[in-house]
Structure formats: structure tokens, C-alpha cells
Design a protein around this ligand. Sequence first.
Ligand code: ATP
Length: 438
Amino acid sequence: NLELMDKIVSLCKRRGFVFPSSEIYGGINGFWDYGPYGARMKRAVENLWWHEMVETRDNVEGLDSTIICHPRVWKASGHLDQFSDLMTDCRKCKSRYRVDQMEDPTTCPNCGSKDLTEPREFNLMMKTFVGPVFDEEHAAYLRAETCQPIFVDFHSVRVATRQKLPFGIAQIGKAFRNEINPRNFTFRSREFTQMEMEFFCDGEEGMEFFEYWKAQRISYYKNKLKFKDDFFRIYEHEKLAHYAKAAIDIEVKFPFGWGELEGVHHRGTWDLSRHSEFSGEDLAYMDHDNGRKFMPTVIETSVGLDRTMLALLSAAYDEEKAATAKEGMEEDTRVVLHLPPLVAPIQVAVLPQSKKLKEQAYNLYKDIDRHFRAEYDETGSIGKRYRRQDEIGTPYCITYDFESANDNCVTVRDRDTMLQDRVNVTQLRDYLEKRIEA
Ligand code: ATP
């Protein structure tokens, strides 16, 4: 449904969720900026993940590592030698493709020409230089995934926190890949944010924890991000990396088709063994309870924040032929984002019925803003203001009217049902909290 994709892209631009990076210079392919609402929502999604994966768990620790690591890290991880895609160029129209993404690798998807270059390997690591000399000796790489520093810091984190196996380390941060063909809006970007958690355990418990984390992540999508059953599915990998025991992807129905959102992988002892070998530091774990020493097995959950945002927007976007006379609008199309209240950029909007009520309404807004992501809007008719909030997915609009000063009550309008409740201001926080956290 490419029409839907265009509508989402256009709404994101119009309302300040996402726009092309460096747009006044013509943009730069594969790079996107999050505007004010996008940034608020992105932070909310990130905080929710961190809360669920780190803050509410005694056995998961957080990490915030550098983007540039010692180049040997990427030698050990295999990225420098193997992190590449097969690429081909069309000699006629000059477009470039990843061979594995072409339906027919002998025909240019753009112009139909058969005059393609021989497929060749293209490494996806972004390269830079550290220090004043720009030669190979000073070459370094922007991390292609956030998990490698977790493996590299495993020992330091374990010692500092006195964690015993099993335990996990999580990190949120930027990753960079020189994607050959960035496309589908933010889905395939060259700079993006990952949220990854590596869980270290005894190999004997590996499959048990793999199943545990798979279930945890599915439950998160169902219960926190409110994904409907037909919006996501589990893809079981048939071909596994030689060291892996099991791997699934959580896929989402994006407007352009099914796409990977998250991977949950049983990676065996591969990562820590490789870094032990390449660094010369023994990263094996000593179990003092039984005197056993072994290389921990890793279960990984790895999700893209940008793809989560796109998934949420795709699930949320809706156009309704609606507008009731009561809302003061002509019959028209209501564009609405049915975002889960937990991650909506604005959770509560406060709207005075008239500018004469500005002072009281603004004070109420300031009060609410301490507990929720809130916004104050006094411009235009109430109907227009509701529409603006619908379009950015605000679940609750509060109208302060001429009665409010007398009865200390306000009207709360629900985005999805458009029904209104009269709520006493003293009950308001409780009323909103119950609904937003439901
Ligand atoms: P794909 O097959 O789509 O290229 P991948 O299997 O290479 O993805 P992983 O290396 O498993 O992806 O990365 C974990 C997660 O990071 C992905 O599930 C995705 O959400 C996110 N991610 C990976 N590459 C990109 C990208 N180019 N742009 C945005 N997010 C990405």
C-alpha cells in the first residue's frame, strides 16, 4: 500500500515528526531528522524499552559505549571481512541495487535493462580516521551495531556490578551502515538507532532463555505497543549461522510489505570466544559455586528504534469519514493516529473554550505538564484544534470552558471514540493516568 506510505511520509513532514536531513541542501540519502513531535515520541519509545528491559529487571545492566571502537573489534566480529552485500549497477540508467533485494538479478528494476555490471562485494562499515593522519593505520569505523561493545565490556560490567550468570547487558545507541540502497522512508537508513540486549547464560540453559526472551518481546509488542495479532508475525530462520542454535525475527506489516523489526537470536558462545581470541583477554566465566569455568552463551534481542517508530505510525494511521455537528465541523475526513497513549508525542492537550479563559486554562496545562507530555493550544475553533491533535495522535483533549470556573470540572474528549466525559479537576490526574497506562 504505497499510497499509505506516502500519506505517512507527508504527515511526518507536515507535523514535524520526521523530515530529510539537510533538506535545504537537497537532503542526503538514508539520513533523517526527527522534528519536535518525532523527537518526543522517539524518546518515549526509547524510555519504554529501557524501562521494560533494564529498569524493571535486577539482572539486566545498562551500558553507553562509544560509537568508534578499536578497529580490532570489527575484525573479531567479522564485520571487516564479511559485513558486505552483493551490489550491481545498471549501466543504462546508473541505478544501483543490492542483488539479494532484486526480484530478477539479471534485470534492472528501474529501466528493465539487462546491461548490469558483475555483482561485487560492498562492505557496509562506515569508515573514518582517528588523529591527524588520514592513512590506513589511522582508519577507524563507526559501529555497525550496538552489541559489539557489550561483548567487549562484558568482563568490566560483570566485575563492577558483581552480577552472576545469568544476566544481561543492554544498550541503546546509534549504528551506521553504508546501505547500498536506502529506501522505504526510515526503514533502511544509513544512520539509525538500535536497542539491543545481550543475555549471558550457561549453555545448558540457552534454549530456555531463548524461549523466555522471545515470549517477553512478543508480550511487549502486544501489551505495551498494542500491536494487533495480524500486524506482526514470527519468522523462524531456517538457515542459521554456524555458531547459532536458534533465531527468529519479529516482522511487521509495513505499508510496503512485511519487514524485520527485531531479531531474537541464540548466538552460542561465538561472540565472547572471538573477542577472547582477538584481544587475548580471557572472557570465560568462573562459577564459584561449583568451580566450573566456561564461555557464556548469548541470547540477543535486537530492535531498531527507527523501525519501531515506523511500525507504530503505520499501525496508527487512519482516515475516517467523520466529524459530527457537535464537534463544529463540516463532514470531512478525519486523519487520526491511533497511537498507544504511552508513546504518543503529546498525551494531553489543554484547550480553552475561549481566549478569555486563557489564564485558568494555562495554569491547568502547567499542572498537567508536570505529569504527562502536554500541550496548550488556544488558536482556532475547538473543532480545528481537535483535528490537529488527532493528526498527531493525542489521546486526550481537555477543554476548559465557561462552566469550569463554577463547577471545577473540565471536558475530556477521547481521540478514538470522540466521546466526552465531564471530570472534576481534582480527579483529573487519576483519570488520565488510569487510561494512559492501561
Ligand atoms: P536487514 O536484513 O533489514 O538489513 P539486519 O538483519 O541486517 O536487517 P540486524 O543486523 O539484525 O538487521 O539489526 C537489528 C535491527 O536493527 C533490525 O531488526 C532493524 O530493526 C535495525 N536495523 C538494521 N539495519 C537498519 C537500517 N539500515 N535502518 C534502520 N534500522 C535498521
